[in-house]
Design a protein around this ligand. Structure first.
Ligand SMILES: *Cc1c(COP(=O)(O)O)cnc(C)c1O
Length: 392
């Protein structure tokens, strides 16, 4: 007979999922109730308010899509675009490429603005593309490129979109909860995120938010949204603010308890405090990584504190190092993706996992494994460098 599944206890320091706070796992295991139960609907209202807090927005159309970040991405594109529309997409990693796929599947045209992997999105090139394409409906970009660890200037890009009378579409899957994000302050029109990165919640839910301007674009569409499940005109019958909530699909009830708890935790800590914690643990980790003789892909000013893309010497067997970390230290770090495959590790310090203990454990585990493979590294210097950052 097949036995119950008991996963190993890992420390998750990859590109997501990140370690889930035990408080969130406990919330997940509370009794399932009906998705139209008045008690559940009251909790849904709280989730919406908490998401408005996390996104820093008063957008009425703010709710969690019942599917992972990729579905949040698709929700934004299928609802805002119609066949024949044009979208300028800034790509500096894997996820901008997925935006292109989404745009083309909507029958719309993607104008690509490409930057190097590891670079930030170039504002001047984005502006040139908007000037060359005055009929573009939207400017889309990834705030925190998880494939490279680069942060782009979302505020400046949204200001550009406004200047050229375009909607701004922002991928904030890895940024929400980890670095500054201000939906109303920056004038973001459509944004999607994920639960399993800096919110340290279980995977499978995608918070989204739309400005009134974007909501009006959705309401005044000429064609039906191509996806029945993601059509916000229908989903709003369930998540909308009128009191007649009606069945659309069965909400992932327990996962929404988990999201609620993760947002309560974020509210208790405070947004700024959460951003500062990510910044401090990154600084300590980066000092340690450099003391080990390893280097970062991204220039210091554009680095994401929650996702460290670290180059390793050519002689190192990438897969063997990650296997040793997993088997001997129960530590998961991520491999490189796309153009950076086989060249970097992606080491996450996201949400609950962004803490000094993980910084020290990862530096010593990585240092020990490299040492055992005859790479010359000084593990105690790395620990001392991280300690130096915490004590200064
Ligand atoms: C993880 C990620 C996604 C996809 O989210 P899933 O929950 O894996 O579907 C999209 N964009 C970025 C930037 C991500 O890091």
């Amino acid at each position: 007979m097949t036995q119950s599944f008991h996963p190993p206890q890992r420390t998750l320091m990859g590109p997501g999922p990140s370690d889930v706070n035990p408080r969130i796992l406990e919330a997940l295991s509370r009794p399932t109730i009906g998705h139209l139960d008045p008690a559940f609907i009251a909790m849904m209202d709280e989730v919406k308010g908490l998401l408005q807090f996390a996104f820093q927005t008063e957008n009425e159309l703010t709710f969690p899509v019942s599917a992972p970040g990729s579905a949040g991405m698709e929700t934004v594109f299928v609802n805002l675009l119609e066949p024949g529309d044009k979208v300028v997409i800034c790509q500096n990693g894997v996820f901008g490429g997925r935006m292109k796929e989404n745009v083309e599947r909507c029958g719309a045209q993607a104008i690509m603005v490409e930057d190097e992997w590891g670079a930030t999105v170039d504002i001047d090139k984005a502006e040139q593309a908007l000037a060359d394409n005055p009929d573009a409906k939207a400017l889309a970009f990834v705030h925190a490129e998880t494939s490279t660890g680069a942060r782009s200037d979302a505020q400046a890009l949204c200001a550009l979109a406004q200047k050229y009378d375009c909607l701004s579409i922002v991928d904030a899957v890895t940024s929400l909860g980890g670095i500054e994000l201000d939906v109303d302050g920056w004038g973001i029109d459509a944004i999607y995120s994920g639960t399993q990165k800096c919110l340290s919640c279980v995977p499978g839910i995608s918070p989204v938010s739309f400005s009134d301007r974007a909501a009006n674009v959705i309401r005044s569409r000429k064609h039906k949204v191509q996806s029945w499940f993601l059509d916000l005109n229908l989903v709003m019958g369930y998540w909308g603010s009128d009191n007649k909530r009606s069945y659309h699909h069965t909400a992932p009830v327990n996962s929404l308890y988990a999201l609620h708890e993760s947002l309560v935790i974020l509210q208790e800590e405070g947004l700024e405090a959460a951003w500062q914690r990510h910044a401090l643990n990154h600084a300590a980790f980066a000092a340690g990584i450099e003391a080990l003789g390893l280097s970062f892909v991204v220039a210091e000013e554009f680095r994401l504190p929650q996702l460290n893309a670290v180059r390793f010497p050519d002689t190192v067997d990438d897969g063997a190092v990650r296997t040793r970390l997993l088997n001997d230290y129960n530590l998961e770090i991520g491999a490189g993706l796309g153009a950076l495959a086989g060249k970097v590790w992606r080491i996450g310090l996201m949400g609950y996992a962004s803490n000094p203990q993980n910084v020290y454990n990862c530096l010593s585990a990585l240092g020990n494994v490299l040492s055992s493979m005859d790479v010359k590294v000084n593990v105690s210097a790395a620990i001392a460098a991280a300690e130096g950052v915490y004590s200064s």
